[in-house]
Write a protein that binds this ligand. Structure first.
Ligand code: CMC
Length: 391
């Protein structure tokens, strides 16, 4: 028993070295390749951030143009992939569909891919970043019974996603620039977050040399849970369940009750013991979008009051439980007409660049080994086997 460090939940174990993202949870700092998240959310667009995460430096105007062209060239999916969707029930959760379809992509891009070759890895990353919005929108269209909408490569990354979600063949569709900007910002804020559960899953799956599309499907599975990416959907469900400001004390009391499994969704974080810097940006975006679209959402009043009460309650103060990014993202997504079952899919779409950047970083490391945690065995000691089954 003395040989291994026992660290359930990896509270104090660094599983790798990485140059991609830095978090100081006590100070509430998040940097992508050295750049503060609030600056990127304000001044960069999502594809610029993708380039930065993948290649380590922000693109020049020329590099950006070339990168955008490359990504947008890969937005279509093989026509055969559309038949994958038809195997699912109409009411299937979009995360289940996306997880399955992305795993299916590995069958389209397997043999000719050499994952030891940097240029093949980059192409895999471009394909993933380009195809996630298409597949995400197809999952939504399938659920509402509308025809799939093909990508439009003359639009921005976020604009194209919105048109694939909301355009219908018989009507004109114009992307609202405010919604487009908010969407782009949501993508940027979720693009990477160092060694969280889903990224660690992608790294672990990839460490055996597995197909990267299958590794991303593993990451999507890990993201789905309500303690991770599923929190944005769970948070909106919770705000709807609370419904009005006068019911907040009841839910605060439940969150504090150790015999009740209920937790305030969108509150707390393994690493941030201070304000989640992404939440600060998301909060501003949330107000901008609701103001611009002239939406009065009573859920926002519930959210603001919940935040105010929780931040002054000793239970949350002592445990350093602050609102995280998902506390506000759901309200924005709801305001722009996206159903809550799609929230975690949008998180997956945004995080794909982070997963691929980490996978690529790991595969580029010549000292990379297969991930193989050890355990503390607590089962039966060695004993003699005598069959109890009549032969
Ligand atoms: N509501 C009520 N109590 C909480 C909450 C919450 N949201 N979060 C943590 N606590 C309490 C917890 O009960 C524990 O109390 P005690 O010390 O008395 O036993 C203490 O705070 C520490 O919590 P923990 O579970 O040991 O902390 P963790 O680091 O293992 O969990 C977490 C982090 C994010 C899973 C947790 O805070 C949580 O479940 N939050 C709600 C779900 C959520 O919003 N997740 C999204 C995370 S941000 C998006 C992403 O990056 O995935």
């Amino acid at each position: 028993h003395g040989y291994f460090t026992y660290d359930p939940g990896f509270m104090a174990t660094a599983s790798c070295q990485s140059e991609i993202t830095y978090i100081d949870g006590d100070l509430g700092i998040l940097l992508y390749r050295g750049y503060p998240i609030d600056q990127l959310a304000k001044d960069a667009n999502y594809l610029e951030v993708c380039y930065l995460l993948l290649y380590g430096e922000a693109p020049t105007a020329k590099q950006f143009e070339e990168f955008q062209r490359l990504i947008m060239r890969h937005t279509m999916v093989h026509e055969q992939l559309s038949s994958f969707f038809k195997g699912y029930r109409r009411d299937a959760h979009p995360m289940a569909i996306v997880c399955g379809v992305i795993a299916g992509l590995s069958a389209f891009y397997h043999d000719p891919m050499d994952i030891t070759d940097q240029s093949h890895r980059e192409t895999a990353a471009h394909r993933m970043i380009a195809k996630l919005p298409t597949i995400a929108a197809m999952a939504y269209k399938y659920s509402v019974g509308q025809p799939f909408v093909y990508p439009r490569n003359d639009l921005s990354y976020a604009g194209n996603f919105l048109q694939m979600m909301f355009a219908i063949p018989c009507e004109d569709y114009k992307v609202n620039p405010i919604v487009e900007r908010a969407m782009d910002r949501i993508f940027t804020l979720h693009a990477d977050h160092e060694q969280n559960a889903s990224t660690s899953t992608v790294r672990l799956a990839g460490s055996s040399g597995a197909n990267p599309f299958a590794c991303i499907a593993a990451g999507i599975a890990s993201l789905w849970g309500p303690a991770h990416g599923g929190a944005n959907e769970a948070c909106l469900t919770m705000l709807e369940e609370i419904g009005s400001v006068d019911r907040i004390p009841e839910f605060i009391a439940r969150a504090k009750d150790k015999d009740d499994p209920f937790r305030l969704m969108g509150f707390g974080h393994r690493v941030y013991k201070n304000f989640d810097p992404r939440a600060t940006v998301m909060r501003d975006t949330c107000h901008e979008v609701l103001d611009d679209l002239k939406i009065e959402d009573p859920l926002l009043d519930v959210a603001m009051e919940l935040e105010r009460i929780a931040l002054s309650d000793p239970y949350f103060v002592e445990r350093k439980l602050y609102p995280n990014v998902d506390f506000y993202s759901g309200i924005v997504l709801k305001a722009v007409g996206i159903p809550s079952s799609m929230f975690t899919v949008i998180f997956a779409l945004s995080r794909t660049v982070g997963w691929m950047s980490h996978w690529n970083e790991m595969m580029s490391d010549s000292k990379q080994k297969i991930g193989r945690p050890r355990q503390l065995y607590t089962g039966a000691p060695e004993r003699e086997f005598r069959t109890q089954v009549k032969k």
